[in-house]
Design a protein around this ligand. Sequence first.
Ligand SMILES: Cc1cc2nc3c(=O)[nH]c(=O)nc-3n(C[C@H](O)[C@H](O)[C@H](O)COP(=O)(O)OP(=O)(O)OC[C@H]3O[C@@H](n4cnc5c(N)ncnc54)[C@H](O)[C@@H]3O)c2cc1C
Length: 392
Amino acid sequence: MTVVKDSGARAIMPPFGDEHEQLRETVARFVAAEIAPHVDEWEAAREFPRELYRRCAELGFLGLKFPEAYGGQGGTHLHDAVWVEELAHSGGSGGVAAGLNAHTSIAMPPIFNFGSEEQKQRWLVPGIAGEKIGALGITEPGAGSDVASIATTAKRQGDAYIVNGAKTFITNGVRADFLVCACKTTEEGGHGGISFLVLEREMPGYEVAAKLEKMGWHSSDTGELAFTDVEVPAENLLGEENGGFKLIMANFAWERLVMSIGAVGAMRRLIETTVAYALDREAFGHPIGKFQAIRHQIAEMATEAEAARAQTYDALRLFHEGRDCIKEVSISKLLTQRTALRIADQSLQIHGGYGYMREYGIERAVRDARLGPIGGGTDEIMKEIIGKTMGL
Ligand SMILES: Cc1cc2nc3c(=O)[nH]c(=O)nc-3n(C[C@H](O)[C@H](O)[C@H](O)COP(=O)(O)OP(=O)(O)OC[C@H]3O[C@@H](n4cnc5c(N)ncnc54)[C@H](O)[C@@H]3O)c2cc1C
């Protein structure tokens, strides 16, 4: 069989252009130099230093998609997508990516999209500067997929809301300075009775109840929060009272795209690492990558990763153009998370016993990838959404 040598050079893939590719190189250099070498240490410490937010902010990475007036770079979601993909590709830590992305991709966007000018000055500006860290609190001990059934209450009393309840599985929940928090503002709650309030960690009655131990994402903090009669000034209401469901839906699209793009970056890293290992490792007198079984396995991994990337970039294009894309985003989330998990597991198999050891970062990739089909809306919920968009 004739071997066709491929130079590896690729034309720039839409929706990205030259400018994005330059940013990609800058981000990749930064992540390889200032994040990747520390990942093992941060995973063991169960957190990355808070200082990393400041450093990323200094380089402009926390505000890529926000206007310059708030300290951002005045870019678009495409610039942010480059950051998210390269953070996963060059960093190799789901936890570091989760901690940074929860701040930039799920906690700050609602403030930018729904906040008043005064609220933007209070939380978005210091957030972009890496001075205040944000988290998004929707999930509760008794309500995950069924978002509308949250039980945390916010009862209006004069100029304030009195908040009681609990949130769990909150990324950055332990270190967050502010929490964009979903609360019930009517007796019935549900779609027409949820509002968002910004809670601040120093408010009396706001308690970090636990830092949760988990399977992967070790360098990110995942918190359980408890609220006992927390008095939240009415001026901390984000958007309209009882209009919170709109905010949740608006946020989910970008969150799910971010998870899809992160998986695309993680898959690229896994395949590069696996090809290098398969060419280096010898068994029975040959590099293992020269065995047809392994060569075919890697070819299938590359095929699945490329298909997932094409789907994700297309959903990103639709989102960027402001078109309806709930179906395409849900398909990307469903496709990329399972594919990334499968590819991580196959990479581990090809690495043999070394894959099971900490040294290569492959076992971490498997553990980190397992969250994908759960977080940000489970696979089953993605299928429900896709089915509903098809009239089922
Ligand atoms: C590490 C980590 C970080 C997270 N970060 C955040 C965060 O920052 N902020 C936040 O608000 N949340 C966060 N979450 C929560 C996450 O979004 C939820 O875990 C997720 O939405 C699923 O909710 P649940 O865990 O309560 O599962 P459940 O909703 O209890 O679901 C359990 C199982 O039932 C299935 N199921 C439920 N309903 C249906 C249905 N209608 N049809 C078929 N199957 C169904 C689910 O798919 C799942 O398999 C995080 C979770 C983790 C693990």
